[in-house]
Design a protein around this ligand. Structure first.
Ligand code: ATP
Length: 230
């Protein structure tokens, strides 16, 4: 069963203005949970995402994904686990320009050694779900921002990860494309029973999740959300 446990994370960065960026962050999420994290610029949202992804090391506390502490693994094993168990959606899309749309979506499957036939079927399923199956042979630069982000959503979910981390995924989109991407992200997460973490400045985006937290003074504060329809 997909499970994310974040326990008592602390993190400070050394330097002149050294201060506790995260002082005590804990969070639990299970299958299909979709959580928003908001907070002022500099409150530590990116720091927290990096710790969850095992890209940075906390001063204390731990992150367990499906019971596994990524930091207990060496670099190579941690990379394999990250590839297998996580999907990412970034503000700037991060599609590979020299690969077709279907190759972009297939990438996590190729990296995880999934066979060609299974891969083809799953890519088709995801591209159909995000409404881009007819554009499969095109290259990303032919697409609009909203379309690129729909490809990125397909790529983040194609390998059925435990956890999808979305960092301001609608920051570069107009309101209409943003709503479309948010709806797809939610639908696909729920369909695959994945855990979603959405980092955003937008209350409209946050309102599409199930639970919303504000990161302030180094810790998470749960906010009441009125679930919005997107
Ligand atoms: N590698 C680093 N070395 C030193 N300080 C850092 C480092 N990374 C982040 N910080 C500091 O930690 C604090 C939190 O930064 P972080 O990027 O996590 O904030 P954020 O909430 O993601 O901000 P934004 O919304 O602007 O992206 C900031 O004061 C930042 O300057």
């Amino acid at each position: 069963m997909p499970m994310l446990i974040i326990e008592n994370l602390r993190k400070a960065f050394p330097g002149m203005s050294a201060r506790q960026v995260l002082s005590d962050v804990s969070l639990r999420a299970g299958p299909g949970d979709y959580v928003a994290i908001m907070g002022e610029s500099g409150s530590g949202k990116s720091t927290l995402l990096n710790l969850i992804a095992g890209l940075d090391t906390p001063d204390s506390g731990r992150v367990l994904i499906d019971g596994q502490d990524l930091l207990s693994l060496d670099d190579a094993a941690r990379t394999l686990q990250r590839r297998a168990r996580m999907g990412f959606v970034f503000q700037a899309f991060h599609l590979l320009p020299h690969l077709t749309i279907e190759r972009n979506v297939a990438l996590p499957l190729a990296l995880n050694g999934v066979d060609e036939r299974t891969s083809r079927e799953r890519v088709e399923e995801l591209l159909t779900a995000v409404g881009l199956i007819d554009r499969r042979s095109e290259f990303p630069l032919k697409l609009s921002g909203g379309e690129m982000q729909r490809v990125a959503v397909a790529r983040a979910l194609v390998h059925k990860p435990t956890l999808v981390l979305a960092d301001e995924p609608t920051g570069n989109l107009d309101a209409e494309s943003a709503a479309e991407v948010l709806q797809l992200l939610r639908t696909q997460l729920k369909r695959d029973n994945a855990i979603g973490i959405l980092v955003t400045h937008s209350t409209v985006a946050a309102a599409t999740t199930d639970r919303m937290y504000r990161l302030a003074a180094g810790t998470l504060h749960e906010q009441s959300v009125q679930r919005a329809k997107v």
